[in-house]
Design a protein around this ligand. Structure first.
Ligand code: HEC
Length: 174
């Protein structure tokens, strides 16, 4: 009986030790896992955002390719209540827009711009015009141009191509 107890006791001890080592290594292993995983995730995320950004963000060449100047002439009726676009046309509620592409923002001398637009230090290029027409009030804070914006990329492209014809110095289309 005594012997049996000793053997049983030492077996139990062995089981406890083995089990204990397993547990400890489990803990060490588990502590290591998250660091490697989070590192992998970071690397993946970076490459994904890079891949997505380039083609989507502002490929103005691709956007302009969607439009036609003829269509843009029709869409300009939305703007004509407030803007003239013909050569020699005057200011209306908004400034005259003949030759607007390539000129400095808010540079019609005899037009009184809002502070927001007057202090917007940029040239009207294709990208700026596209961004402005999506939602004018979001692009130029404090503008007094009361126009919601053109949601369709196609419409903006057409309008920009048309405006680029109503000028003495058309910009080169990319
Ligand atoms: C309800 C009247 C109204 C309509 C409609 C309107 N605009 Fe304007 N627009 C304005 C006013 C007012 C300003 C001057 C804004 C300021 O000073 O903040 C302006 C300014 C602009 C400018 C800046 C010009 C410059 O000299 O820097 C551009 C470009 C422009 N509008 C384009 C358009 C286009 C394109 C459309 C049609 C899709 C349009 N607008 C529709 C009233 C209007």
């Amino acid at each position: 009986m005594n012997n049996f107890n000793k053997i049983f006791g030492s077996l139990l001890l062995v089981v406890i030790i083995v089990f204990g080592i397993n547990k400890t290594s489990d803990i060490i292993y588990k502590v290591n896992v998250p660091t490697t995983e989070s590192y992998k995730v970071e690397v993946k995320d970076n490459s994904q955002t890079n891949e997505k950004k380039e083609p989507v963000s502002s490929d103005i060449k691709a956007i302009l390719a969607l439009g036609s100047a003829d269509q843009g002439k029709k869409i300009f009726t939305k703007c004509a209540a407030c803007h003239s676009i013909n050569k020699g046309g005057g200011n209306k509620i908004g400034p005259a827009l003949y030759s607007v592409l390539g000129r400095k923002v808010a540079s019609v001398n005899d037009y009184k711009y809002s502070k927001g637009m007057a202090s917007f230090e940029k040239i009207w290029g294709f990208e700026e015009m596209n961004a402005f027409l999506i939602k004018p009030a979001a692009y130029i804070k404090g503008t007094k141009m009361a126009f919601g914006g053109l949601k369709k990329e196609e419409d903006r492209a057409s309008l920009i191509l048309y405006m680029n014809q109503q000028t003495d110095n058309p910009l080169q289309i990319p």
